[in-house]
Design a protein around this ligand. Structure first.
Ligand code: NAI
Ligand code: CS2
Length: 487
């Protein structure tokens, strides 16, 4: 630890003190962070002033964006599209510093920022796979190479979990209070899962430290919602034409934004509520509604819309069968799993979501939503499906979705097109082994306990239905006719 501390102290002495006084360190400098958390802080600062700022980092990819942000002096624009003719421009200056941690120097600079006394909160948008958790159970993937590395070389961490752990260790050693860890990723109980991952990694190194984290570090849950598609070259041209803005760091999103956060910040937090953030005791009902209604619909569009030949969310929404299918999914297959909401509230939310999906200025690519399916489907479809199974309620939309995902895998494997999923290699191997034989492929896939709850894999009637629908899709059956005949 001696050398490491000297390094940290050396770097601390080189960074201007003001750069250290940011308050918030963010890991996962991507589109969503810049259009959501940074916008809320900008609005909070505009209303209340104060010295809360953000230092944002990427630890494994997106180095180019860090360089672009640094070249732009960390100032960028967010273009909010209510619809094609209505673009609202926001200038954001809430990000004060950025890091790329692909090198030892970069990693130590970020660690020094995370150990600075002024750092009170670490926020995360590192995607569902960035937590290295089994999607169905939330257990830490101890065999993952990156986790293996961080278990042995804990002072040169490569994962967000390892960075959090090392920074907490340094803070404790220097007598600084712990920061609060706030996940802003689309996971159920994202704070609980983030805590479970960090504590499991700590346990692999030092039981006493793991207990200290359990007792001293807050990991509140939060529900985050704003549709923020990746920006394409076409988007840059559209934004320039609509707003005159021509910058590599611009972000495009819808006008809608929501952030519901459990108010548990022992080291303090910005007055986010002044910018409309909902600070609550318990976020679980909000997150379940959003993950199943919005994200579950998005994933249905991603796989079935792609098979039907559509490229964007808005394009697919023009198809009446698809729109009706989503409405059925939300009201007949999700609503029964959300008992804390009235049917009328869910009906209103459903119509709002359909309208949001129809916003064609977003050009939200189905292939982007289709990414990381193995990490997304458990919380978007499968947990709800097991609840419907227990209530003996049918779920033809979710079943068609699962068959659609499996067909999507088969099509991608045949075309040797990446599905951008951490389990791609294993999933493609399964597809190759049971090519176009739904009766074998389906049981083999549902045996994946890291993705599918055991109750689904044991449901023979479900396996038969899924095989029949998947065979139909693989044989070229029209998606819309399967949707119409589903109910
Ligand atoms: P993005 O692709 O722009 O950024 C993803 C970020 O995650 C990048 O900075 C990348 O470096 C980082 N990352 C990826 N794998 C990682 C890993 N294994 N460890 C550490 N960092 C890793 O994507 P975007 O749009 O910023 O979304 C990021 C996350 O934000 C999503 O996965 C989701 O959980 C959440 N989110 C996104 C929304 C959106 O509409 N884009 C809306 C609501 C939530
Ligand atoms: C999308 C989400 O890419 C995806 O998986 O479903 O990023 C979606 O845009 C957000 O959760 C909306 O809040």
């Amino acid at each position: 630890m001696g050398d490491f501390m000297t390094n940290i102290q050396r770097i601390n002495s080189q960074i201007e003190p003001s750069l250290h006084d940011v308050g918030i360190v963010h890991i996962g400098l991507g589109a969503f962070h810049r259009a959501h958390q940074a916008v809320y802080l900008e609005q909070t600062l505009a209303l209340h002033g104060g010295d809360w700022m953000i230092a944002s980092a990427n630890i494994r990819s997106n180095h180019k964006l860090v360089e672009q942000m640094q070249a732009a002096g960390h100032c960028y624009h967010v273009v909010e599209y209510a619809d094609t003719s209505n673009a609202h421009l926001r200038e954001i200056k809430a990000i004060k510093n950025t890091f790329f941690c692909g090198s030892d120097e970069g990693r130590e600079a970020l660690l020094s920022q995370m150990t600075a006394p002024a750092t009170k909160i670490v926020t995360l948008t590192i995607t569902e796979k960035g937590y290295y958790l089994a999607p169905s159970t939330g257990e830490l993937l101890l065999d993952a190479p990156e986790i293996q590395h961080d278990m042995t070389a804990s002072s040169q961490p490569k994962t967000a979990l390892g960075l959090i752990l090392e920074a907490l260790k340094q803070r404790r050693a220097q007598g600084f209070a712990a920061f609060t860890v706030l996940s802003c990723d689309n996971m159920p109980h994202n704070g609980v899962r983030a805590k479970g991952a960090v504590v499991a990694l700590a346990k692999a190194q030092d039981d006493e430290f793991a207990q200290w984290i359990e007792q001293n570090v807050a990991f509140p849950n939060s529900m985050v919602d704003r549709i923020v598609p990746a920006v394409s070259d076409q988007d840059l041209a559209m934004i320039k034409a609509d707003t005159g803005i021509s910058e590599a760091t611009v972000v495009k999103c819808e006008q809608f934004s929501q952030w519901v956060v459990e108010d548990h910040f022992p080291a303090g937090r910005p007055k986010w509520e002044s910018a409309g953030v909902q600070m609550v005791e318990d976020v679980s009902s909000y997150e379940m509604m959003k993950l199943r209604m919005l994200n579950g619909s998005h994933s249905l569009l991603a796989y079935l819309g792609t098979i039907a030949g559509f490229k964007t969310v808005a394009d697919a929404m023009q198809d009446k069968d698809i729109r009706t299918f989503l409405e059925h999914y939300m009201m007949q297959e999700v609503a029964p799993t959300l008992p804390s909401f009235k049917q009328t509230e869910l009906a209103t939310y459903c119509q709002q979501l359909l309208a949001r999906f129809e916003n064609d200025s977003l050009q939200h690519q189905l292939k982007q939503i289709a990414m990381d399916g193995s990490q997304k489907l458990p919380q978007r479809w499968l947990s709800g499906l097991t609840e419907l199974q227990e209530k003996r309620l049918k779920a033809p939309a979710i079943e068609l979705g699962i068959a659609g995902w499996i067909t999507f895998l088969c099509h991608a494997e045949q075309k040797q097109q990446s599905i951008n999923d951490p389990l791609e290699t294993e999933l493609f191997a399964l597809v190759r082994r049971h090519r176009n034989d739904g009766r074998r492929l389906i049981p083999a896939l549902l045996q994946r306990k890291d993705i599918f709850p055991a109750s689904l894999a044991q449901d023979q009637a479900l396996l038969i239905r899924l095989s029949s629908v998947a065979d139909g899709l693989l044989a070229g059956a029209k998606v819309q006719s399967l949707m119409r005949s589903a109910f």
